[in-house]
Design a protein around this ligand. Structure first.
Ligand code: NAD
Ligand code: ZN
Length: 241
C-alpha cells in the first residue's frame, strides 16, 4: 500500500480505531519513556516507582514523582496530532474509537471524547479503600497524598502500574473496536508494551488496514499495511486527516 492508497482507505473507512502512545505527546514537550531516561525525571527510574511494591515501600516518594509529572502535564498543551485525532473523531462519529496508553489527559483537552485510557490518568487519584476515583486539585493547591472525599482514606495515583491488570472493560471495548475497524492507526508507540501489538493484530486478522505513524521503526513495522515515518503531527497531516 502507498501513501495515496492509505489516504483513500482512511477516507473511505466507516470504522476507524486508533492506538496512541507517548510519541503523540512528545511534541507537547512530555518525555517519552526513553526520553525520560535522559530528561529531568532521569533520577527516578519508573520501574522502581511505578509498582504496587514501590508504593507500599515508599508512598511519599511515589506520590512526589506523580505529583511532579501531574504538574508537568498540566502546564503542557495538546499539539496538532491531538487536534487532528479529535477532528477525525468528528468526521467518523460513532465509527471512531481511540485507545491511549498515555496518562497525560491531552487527548481529552484537545476534544477527544470517544476514548479509553488503558493506563489510567495522572490527573486523577483512586481511593485505596473504597475505589472512588476523583480529580486532583490544581497542582499549586495539591499536597500529596490526596484523601478520599467519600471515606477519608488515603488515595493512590489512578495509574496502571507494572504488574497490574489493565481496566477490563476499556480493554474489551478497544479489542472490539480494533476487530471491527476498517482502518487502524498506531501512532507514537514503541509497541513493546502490551496491548499495543495485540490490538493491531486484531484488525489485521479481520482483513483491515493498519497504518503506523512513528519516526522510527518498531517491532510492529514489518506487519503494517503502511507506515508513515514522521512525527505524529506531520504524519497524521500527511494522511489528510
Ligand atoms: P514509548 O516511550 O515506549 O515509545 C514512544 C514511541 O514514540 C517510540 O516508538 C518513538 O519512536 C515514538 N516517537 C517519539 N517521538 C515521536 C513523535 N514526535 N511522534 C510520533 N512518535 C514519536 O511509549 P509507549 O509505547 O507509549 O509506552 C510507554 C509507557 O509509558 C506507556 O505505557 C505509557 O503509559 C507510559 N508513558 C506515558 C506518557 C504520557 O502519558 N505522555 C509518557 C511516557 C510514558
Ligand atoms: Zn474512599
Amino acid at each position: 500500500m502507498n501513501l495515496s492508497e492509505a489516504r483513500t482507505a482512511l477516507q473511505k473507512a466507516r470504522r476507524v480505531a486508533v492506538l496512541t502512545g507517548a510519541g503523540v505527546s512528545a511534541e507537547s514537550g512530555i518525555p517519552t519513556f526513553r526520553d525520560a531516561q535522559t530528561g529531568h525525571w532521569a533520577r527516578f527510574r519508573p520501574e522502581d516507582l511505578a509498582s504496587p511494591e514501590a508504593y507500599r515501600r515508599d508512598p511519599e516518594t511515589v506520590w512526589q514523582w506523580y505529583a511532579g509529572r501531574y504538574a508537568d502535564v498540566t502546564r503542557a498543551q495538546p499539539n496538532e496530532a491531538h487536534r487532528l485525532l479529535a477532528r477525525l473523531e468528528r468526521a467518523k462519529g460513532e465509527g471512531f474509537f481511540l485507545a491511549t496508553q498515555n496518562v497525560d489527559g491531552l487527548h481529552q483537552r484537545a476534544g477527544s471524547q470517544r476514548l479509553v485510557e488503558l493506563h489510567g490518568n495522572l490527573t486523577h487519584a483512586r481511593c485505596e479503600t473504597c475505589g472512588t476515583v476523583a480529580p486532583l486539585p490544581a497542582p499549586d493547591d495539591f499536597t500529596p497524598p490526596p484523601i478520599c472525599p467519600v471515606c477519608a482514606a488515603r488515595m493512590r495515583p489512578h495509574i496502571v502500574w507494572f504488574g497490574e491488570y489493565l481496566p477490563e472493560r476499556a480493554l474489551e471495548a478497544a479489542t472490539r473496536a480494533f476487530q471491527e475497524a476498517d482502518v487502524a492507526l498506531i501512532v507514537g508507540t514503541s509497541a513493546v508494551v502490551y496491548p499495543a501489538a495485540g490490538l493491531a493484530f486484531e484488525t489485521l486478522r479481520k482483513g483491515g488496514v493498519v497504518i503506523e505513524v512513528n519516526p522510527e521503526e518498531t517491532d510492529l513495522t514489518p506487519y503494517m499495511s503502511f507506515g508513515v515515518r514522521d512525527v505524529a503531527s506531520r504524519g497524521l497531516a500527511a494522511l489528510h486527516i
